[in-house]
Write a protein that binds this ligand. Structure first.
Ligand SMILES: [Zn+2]
Length: 266
């Protein structure tokens, strides 16, 4: 009888092993969206992350991530663990010569301004809200466009190696309408930041945010909830832009991710 009970318990336990669905490819710089049973706890590399009421969660893989990533979901004391290999992405080297020196190294008098801008951006990206918009599909922000700059490119300006380009650049004329890629809440709307010019940041929940830069017109205000496809402003060349274009960013908190990983553009 005891033995039978034991067998039944094992059967029940093995039947409570639940699904851990992961969406997104495990490449450097990618956003991964997962779904598990509601009321589960999820740990990424042993660090607990937020899980929505429906069981959605999100995390990002940094640009140069080399180690495997461990994902663990725990519910009612039952743990499901998955280890994923992170595949390397090949990054381009982008050399630009003949730039005015002030575009390569900013003048000292703007250091304080840059520091302030960075603080504003960092604050917006640190928000860990309960929104679950990140679980929906992103859409391209501009129609009939081409990609002119990709994520991870190492920039060498006038022979000086700079930090990599973390954005995705779209060629577009000034005043081209920009559409929100996903439902979100505006967490930053600034007309004139030093590097990024007219800048808007959206929170999509659980640390997932997007940023649009160099905008000419901005039609959204901080705190507004915006629907996917809504016209948020227009393309410009504000901030340190060499010409009119749209540069977008994708983050998981302060981890800079590849916007192309969520857009179907190729
Ligand atoms: Zn760019």
């Amino acid at each position: 009888m005891k033995k039978l009970l034991f067998v039944i318990i094992i059967f029940l336990v093995s039947n409570t092993v639940y699904a851990l669905d992961l969406r997104g490819k495990f490449y450097q710089g990618n956003l991964i969206v997962g779904k598990t049973e509601p009321k589960s706890k999820v740990f990424i590399d042993k660090k607990k992350i937020k899980v929505s009421d429906q069981g959605f969660f999100a995390f990002g893989l940094s640009k140069d991530r080399k180690n495997n990533v461990s994902i663990e979901a725990v519910r009612n004391g039952v743990s499901e663990k998955v280890t994923k290999k992170v595949y390397k992405k090949k990054y381009q080297i982008q050399k630009i010569d003949g730039l005015p020196q002030k575009q390569v190294t900013p003048p000292k008098e703007v250091y304080e301004r840059i520091k302030n801008d960075n603080k504003l951006i960092a604050k917006a990206r640190a928000i860990d809200s309960d929104l679950v918009f990140f679980s929906n599909e992103f859409k391209i922000p501009i129609e009939n466009t081409i990609i002119t700059g990709v994520y991870g490119s190492q920039r060498i300006l006038n022979g000086i190696p700079k930090s990599p380009h973390y954005g995705l650049d779209f060629a577009a004329k000034e005043r081209t309408e920009i559409k929100a890629m996903l439902d979100g809440v505006v967490t930053l709307s600034e007309k004139d930041l030093y590097y990024t010019g007219g800048t808007v940041i959206f929170d999509h929940g659980h640390g997932v945010s997007t940023l649009y830069m160099h905008m000419k017109d901005i039609y959204v205000k901080k705190g507004q909830k915006i629907k996917q496809g809504y016209i948020i402003g227009t393309v410009g060349k504000t901030g340190r832009a060499t010409g009119a274009h749209l540069d977008i960013r994708l983050n998981w908190f302060d981890v800079k991710l590849d916007p192309a990983s969520v857009l179907i553009i190729y």
